[in-house]
Design a protein around this ligand. Structure first.
Ligand code: C2E
Ligand code: CA
Ligand code: CA
Length: 831
């Protein structure tokens, strides 16, 4: 709960208790009480309270007779009457001060409660309160007065001490102590006075009291008028002339006074030492103080501490005559702690009577404007979803950290770049609102793992970034990364659903000397990317090699964008051979990139980047069109049954394209290839992400008349349980199994299992990466139908492929040798 909320709840509670006290007093009231003296007391209390405040000379507090009158009522008419009187007078006083309803009733309730408390306390200690006054025992009387002092001090502590002091107590211990001393003194003097008057009334009877009351009230009125006029005369020489534009004289004083009192902006007359001498209604409303409460404080109490220095500096110059007037924007403390922004214009008002110098403050409320400015400022530097600092603010902090680090030996900082693993899956499957909740949850956890001086920001999407300062080595940064991983191991409860999240973290630190904040962030990003590649839910520290790699990746990406237009890509073909008779069955189309400066670049290097950037879509389509055009031509020149086939790799990015079927159908028609001679190679992971949609997609592809094979079989997800549902023609055993098949029995068994599995499912098998005779023999023995590998031929260009077809085609019809020819490649037999 915020401080403001606590204050609000507290006030509401006090009001309810006050109301209960009033009800209890009404129930317990003795209706036989004499009405006339009671009314007289009520009148007296209201008038005296509003008109007669005794300002202590050279002090910043005043003597208010309210409590004395209530004690007097209690002693004369009993506790219930005092409680009701307290309620009535406090209400009328607060109404006059014109604050909002809660504050009005709150102020009244405090007085009611303190009066009721005193009544109950006295009743408990001494029995009938009204009879106390008759007691001639000194001890009883003194005890009664002590009780009154105690209760009134506590009540003052709550109204002035707690509410005014609560806010300032941390910074203004002295002012608060002064307030307490004041409360004690005032209560003591008040209680003694009430005791004396009660005793007097005890001797003279109530009638004298009824007559005396109006006289006292009148006296108070006169005193008050005198006091006000004195004030006006005081500033009449300077302030009144300056502000009312008139000279001396009652009329102009009166005009100035009402202009001052009812001005739309806050106005105050302040002594050169900073005491509030006179304040107007607008200022009281602005700060929610009554006139009297405000006069009990001083400038230093009300002005925000961060602004006080500048204001007093200006005042000094004003008083010295160095400035005619000054204007500042400053913060005032509202009674309940919040800040109020004002534009203050301050000028001098000399007092013609005693030559002293006063200040006239005019204060215009600019809180709304300031809040709007602050909001704008905040929005410019914060992320709207999580409320965390954004990239701009983070870079700012980082810049400062770099500057600080250059001044300090041995102490450094680290930047941790966090990316939520699988966030897209969570977002897509559970919906964006849940995704947002997760990001917020992560933001809050990150905040709790950090020390106060550190910064956590959100860079957008599912990426966060942390600045950890005051480190003595990279190992400390690593332990922060580990702490974050541990912290995130606890599930998030998102709308009743348990969600687990892991993050990949990249670390760069000031131990690699940096001058530029963007460089640090970039390197942490690179390291994060590496952490992702190495299996997610882990961290990596940036090193120079990564930087080199990262820049070359970036360069490659840029180059690849142009390579398609410039015709730097071409297709190589690697034969696929039937193992029983070594007949050529077809080719796998493999893309090649001849970079103008770097020469040949392996697809192992550029395909992953193309996948990441989306370039694989136009590239993959280009390869497909190229391969189909080529195969159509070969099919026409070298007809065979079954026709020569070409296998083309299909990337995951292509597979999830909405219009994939339409595109492939278009290419088949466009190139004229017999679709029976086209095979698309997909990987297990592509179909396992979303099995049902994948099956539907595969069926539609098959409906085009083409064939499908699963590439690198055995390395991806274990899709064995689904395999029978996929409309697949071929399994391609991954090269790694074939390579290690001759090493141990285990790998041999895997290959055997795959082959058996394929046979039971009616699929055929291609063994990839056949390099040596021994592998070939084993595969043949296991009943594997097809093979592909350097043993037969490396991938070759169109000419090379044509040579292979031609040789095997010409040989067709002659006796096919049972064994492949030894020696030079290609070792492919007739079609
Ligand atoms: P892949 O689809 O598994 O292709 C087989 C790779 O194994 C090819 O490497 C081929 O040259 C290599 N290879 C064939 N026989 C042997 C052998 O006996 N020993 C050894 N050590 N390697 C052999 P390449 O051409 O470098 O292609 C690498 C990967 O790049 C391919 O693996 C495929 O995943 C991807 N790729 C190539 N072209 C394309 C394409 O057009 N589209 C897509 N999406 N991916 C492609
Ligand atoms: Ca392949
Ligand atoms: Ca493969």
């Amino acid at each position: 709960m915020s401080k403001q909320e606590i204050t609000l709840r507290f006030k509401q509670f006090v009001v309810v208790v006050g109301a209960l006290c009033v009800i209890a007093a009404l129930v317990g009231l003795n209706f036989a009480l004499p009405v006339a003296p009671l009314l007289a007391l009520l009148l007296l209390t209201v008038i005296i309270n509003t008109r007669c405040v005794i300002q202590m000379p050279r002090e910043w507090w005043q003597l208010s007779p309210n409590e004395s009158l209530l004690l007097l009522t209690m002693l004369l008419f009993g506790g219930e009457a005092a409680v009701l009187l307290a309620g009535a007078t406090a209400l009328s006083l607060s109404l006059r001060a014109g604050r909002n309803w809660l504050n009005i009733t709150y102020a009244a309730a405090i007085t009611v409660i303190s009066t009721a408390t005193l009544a109950v306390l006295l009743h408990t200690l001494y029995g009938d309160v009204a009879a106390l006054n008759q007691s001639s025992l000194f001890n009883t009387y003194a005890g009664m007065l002590a009780c009154a002092v105690l209760v009134h001090t506590v009540s003052r502590f709550i109204t002035s001490g707690l509410v005014v002091g609560f806010v300032t107590v941390q910074t203004r211990g002295q002012a608060w102590a002064k307030l307490m001393l004041h409360a004690l003194l005032v209560s003591f003097v008040g209680a003694c006075a009430a005791g004396l008057v009660a005793k007097l009334v005890g001797y003279t009877g109530l009638n004298l009291f009824i007559w005396a009351a109006p006289v006292v009230a009148l006296g108070c009125g006169v005193w008050d008028t005198y006091r006000q006029n004195k004030f006006l005369r005081g500033i009449g020489g300077g302030g009144a002339r300056a502000h009312a534009g008139a000279g001396e004289g009652n009329e102009s004083e009166e005009r100035f006074r009402s202009a001052f009192d009812y001005a739309a902006i806050g106005m105050a007359l302040v002594s050169a030492e900073g005491r509030w001498l006179q304040v107007n209604h607008s200022l009281c409303r602005l700060l929610d103080y009554t006139e009297r409460e405000l006069q009990m404080t001083d400038l230093l109490t009300v002005i925000h501490h961060d602004d006080a220095g500048a204001v007093f500096e200006h005042i000094k110059r004003l008083v010295k005559g160095l400035l005619p007037v000054f204007q500042v924007e400053l913060r005032l403390r509202h009674k309940f702690g919040r800040e109020v922004w004002v534009l203050a214009s301050v000028s001098l008002a000399s007092n013609s009577h005693n030559q002293s110098v006063h200040l006239i403050f005019q204060m215009q409320d600019i809180t709304d404007r300031k809040l709007a400015e602050e909001q704008l400022q905040h929005d410019a530097f914060h992320d709207a979803l999580t409320g965390l600092p954004n990239r701009a603010m983070f870079l700012d902090h980082l810049r400062l950290a770099i500057a600080r680090m250059q001044r300090r030996e041995g102490v450094g900082f680290a930047v941790l770049y966090l990316d939520v693993d699988r966030f897209k899956v969570i977002n897509d499957s559970l919906g964006h609102p849940v995704g947002d909740q997760l990001l917020n949850g992560i933001a809050r956890r990150l905040e709790t793992t950090l020390r106060p001086g550190d910064t956590v920001a959100r860079l957008g999407g599912d990426e966060f970034i942390l600045l950890i300062e005051e480190l003595h080595g990279e190992t400390e940064a690593i332990s922060v990364a580990e702490r974050i991983q541990t912290e995130l191991q606890v599930a998030f409860d998102l709308s009743g659903r348990e969600v687990f999240a892991t993050v990949s973290i990249g670390i760069s630190s000031s131990w690699t000397s940096y001058l530029n904040p963007e460089d640090i962030v970039r390197d942490a990003d690179t390291a994060m990317y590496r952490a992702k590649q190495h299996g997610k839910a882990r961290h990596e520290i940036f090193d120079g090699a990564m930087h080199k790699h990262a820049t070359s990746v970036l360069q490659l990406e840029t180059d690849m964008r142009h390579a398609l237009e410039r015709g730097e890509f071409f297709v190589h073909y690697q034969p696929i051979v039937a193992l029983q008779d070594f007949k050529l069955r077809g080719f796998e189309a493999l893309v090649r990139w001849q970079h103008p400066e770097r020469g040949f670049i392996s697809p192992v290097e550029f395909i992953p980047i193309a996948e990441e950037t989306g370039l694989i879509i136009p590239l993959g389509e280009w390869v497909l069109r190229e391969a189909c055009t080529q195969m159509n031509r070969w099919q026409k020149i070298f007809p065979a049954d079954p026709p020569l086939a070409v296998s083309v790799n299909l990337s995951g990015k292509q597979f999830i394209q909405q219009d994939l079927i339409k595109r492939i159908a278009g290419i088949i028609t466009e190139t004229g290839i017999d679709p029976k001679g086209l095979k698309l190679e997909i990987t297990e992971s592509m179909v396992m992400d979303n099995v049902e949609t994948a099956i539907e997609m595969l069926k539609q592809l098959r409906a085009l008349g083409l064939k499908l094979s699963i590439d690198d079989f055995g390395t991806g997800y274990s899709s064995l349980s689904y395999l029978h549902r996929f409309p697949i023609n071929t399994l391609k055993i991954d090269r790694s199994f074939v390579t290690r098949m001759t090493d141990n029995n285990e790998n041999l068994e895997i290959v055997r299992t795959i082959i058996t599995l394929a046979q039971t499912l009616g699929m055929d098998v291609v063994a990839e990466g056949v390099e040596v005779q021994e592998q070939l023999t084993m595969l043949r023995d296991l009943g594997c139908e097809h093979g592909q590998g350097y043993f037969f031929s490396k991938p070759v260009d169109v000419k090379g492929a044509e040579k292979i077809i031609l040789e095997t085609y010409i040989l067709a019809g002659t006796t096919p040798p049972p064994q492949p020819p030894q020696g030079a490649t290609p070792r492919v037999m007739s079609v």
